[in-house]
Design a protein around this ligand. Structure first.
Ligand code: SAH
Ligand code: MG
Length: 215
């Protein structure tokens, strides 16, 4: 991966270990042929840098795609005041709430990726309802409640092209390691018969869409 973008990703605020980020980069690079790359859960743009680096490198093969990243920018449960991952520097004093959009924007501008990443501000399910294009890669890294994860799966997984790929972050097999909601959608994807695991890096699971019916 491009050294400047590696540095930018490392410096960005967020929750993406380098080894997992590089797996995202490689996956985006390989699957961009199948369609655009869409991320649920931008936060401050750390993972988006890896995805955009992949899409950029796919241009060497003549593949022109973009990264779309969706977030309501109000943070998940664990980012709220009093919770484990709350970051006071991300509170918008006027709204009195978390607002990660300004940080995302400056991260992308500083990385020189402003034109490579399309930022959508909204709730994942609401955007899904308006979305028609089949995806080359879907990366689910949004809300970690069961309801949020299941909604993300139901509304977006059927939009992955056959031959495209579904990546899920924060998949932990036991409650001791972490919350189980992403693990449950991972299991659901596998048991639907529409997805086959092709890579495992830390808590990141990469599943290729090999079948038609997504259950
Ligand atoms: N990918 C990021 C981390 C994402 S954290 C990184 O690499 O650092 C999860 C994000 O999902 C939070 O920013 C939160 O605001 C967002 N989120 C949670 N539920 C959502 C929903 N229903 N719709 C859109 N965004 C959501
Ligand atoms: Mg995550």
């Amino acid at each position: 991966m491009d050294a400047e973008l590696m540095k930018a990703a490392e410096a960005a605020t967020g929750f993406m270990p380098e080894a997992e980020g590089l797996a995202l980069y490689e996956t985006a690079e390989s699957y961009a042929d199948a369609g655009p790359v869409l991320e649920v859960g931008s936060y401050c743009g750390k993972s988006a840098i890896y995805l955009a680096a992949g899409v950029r490198d796919a241009r060497a093969r003549g593949v022109r795609q973009q990264v779309v990243t969706i977030d309501h920018h109000r943070g998940s449960e664990e980012h709220q005041p009093g919770w484990e991952y709350h970051d006071t520097s991300l509170v918008d004093p006027e709204a009195g709430r978390i607002d990660t959009l300004p940080r995302l924007r400056s991260t992308l501008v500083q990385a020189g990726l402003d034109d490579d990443v399309i930022v959508i501000v909204g709730r994942s399910v609401d955007v899904a309802r308006l979305w028609r294009i089949q995806l080359g890669m879907l990366f689910i890294d949004g809300g970690h409640t069961d309801a949020a994860a299941q909604w993300d799966y139901e509304s977006w997984a059927p939009k992955v092209a056959v031959g495209g790929v579904l990546a899920i972050h924060d998949v932990f097999e036991t409650p001791e390691e972490g919350g189980q909601a992403p693990f449950r959608i991972y299991q659901r994807a596998l048991s639907s018969g529409a997805f086959t695991e092709v890579r495992h890096e830390g808590s990141l699971r990469i599943l290729e869409r090999t079948g038609d019916a997504v259950g």
